[in-house]
Design a binder for this molecule. Structure first.
Ligand SMILES: NC(=O)c1ccc[n+]([C@@H]2O[C@H](COP(=O)([O-])OP(=O)(O)OC[C@H]3O[C@@H](n4cnc5c(N)ncnc54)[C@H](OP(=O)(O)O)[C@@H]3O)[C@@H](O)[C@H]2O)c1
Length: 266
């Protein structure tokens, strides 16, 4: 670890887009970095630039998080490197085609990365954070976690999983000094769109944010202590009202008898 380091941040999907901007911003905030993705050349180039510009220690782990052995290597890093204080679960892929017109093997690949890898990396990181009494996880979900009708449904479902897991962990880790933030970006200008099957030029520019603005806003949300950050949402009160409505359901979601409207013929 370098002098005056705030600890090490491990960022998945750091070779491009949102993950590469997190790497830049966290290095400038004083974190050493471990950058994870498949494309080693891109990771090396970013590591070299960030070391030159910030003086931070930047390590690179080339890994396909859809591959069990590679994923296991990254899990081991999280379990054994006690300098790690932050995990940014960012690696993910999307799809834009309608659900039933999509290749089921591609859907499974997406679930494996967006859900399985994120879950295993979280499980690898949390025990150390709890033991050391400090740590943060930033989970990159998406607005489709709460608006699954807007894109491919398996993608939306995978991001709803990320939001649900985050909400649950926030409760479980509340008294452990371990923070977990869910970030719900709207459309962001990255390679994501081309890879997901809709070139960025075909997305209306008025709904597309730059990756730089998206990450700066989500880190501002983190600094404000937000549990869920929606960088585009003008009024935080709208999210709070949504959350209040959800909480209002809680005491009535499990009873010994069906609701009156279902007790036909009584
Ligand atoms: N862009 C948007 O509009 C948007 C909106 C909401 C949420 N998000 C979410 O933001 C996150 C980052 O996406 P992005 O927009 O920055 O897209 P991106 O530029 O395509 O970045 C995706 C990153 O994930 C890595 N990755 C992909 N498959 C991987 C695998 N099997 N193993 C390891 N790394 C893998 C990629 O690197 P390699 O190819 O080198 O492996 C890349 O670094 C994703 O979780 C995405 O769902 C994006």
């Amino acid at each position: 670890m370098t002098e005056n380091s705030k600890g090490t941040a491990l960022i998945t999907g750091a070779s491009s887009g949102i993950g590469a901007i997190y790497a830049d911003r966290l290095a400038r905030r004083g974190f050493d970095l471990i950058l994870v993705a498949r494309n080693k050349e891109r990771l090396d180039a970013l590591a070299e630039r960030l070391t030159d510009e910030t003086g931070r220690a930047v390590e690179v782990v080339a890994a396909d998080l859809g591959n069990k052995d590679d994923l296991g290597r990254v899990e081991k890093v999280l379990r054994t490197d006690a300098s790690i204080t932050t995990l940014v679960n960012n690696a993910g892929i999307g799809a834009t085609a309608p659900l039933l017109a999509s290749d089921i093997d591609k859907m499974e690949e997406m679930i494996t990365l967006n859900v399985n890898a994120l879950t295993r990396l979280t499980y690898a990181a949390v025990p150390g954070f709890v033991k050391r009494g400090t740590g943060a996880i930033i989970n990159i979900a998406s607005i489709v976690a709460i608006a699954p009708e807007r894109l491919n449904g398996v993608y939306g479902g995978s991001k709803a999983f990320v939001l649900a897991l985050t909400l649950s962990l926030q409760k479980e880790l509340a008294d452990k000094n371990v923070r977990v933030q869910a970030v719900l970006p709207g459309a962001t200008a990255t390679d994501f769109w081309g890879i997901a099957g809709r070139p960025l030029e075909n997305v209306p520019s008025e709904i597309v944010m730059s990756a730089e603005d998206m990450v700066d806003a989500s880190l501002a949300g983190f600094d404000l202590g937000e549990k869920v950050t929606i960088p585009s949402l003008p009024e935080v009160a709208d999210w709070e009202a949504y959350e209040v409505a959800r909480q209002k359901l809680m005491p009535n979601l499990s009873h010994s008898v069906p609701a009156a409207r279902y007790r036909v013929g009584e």
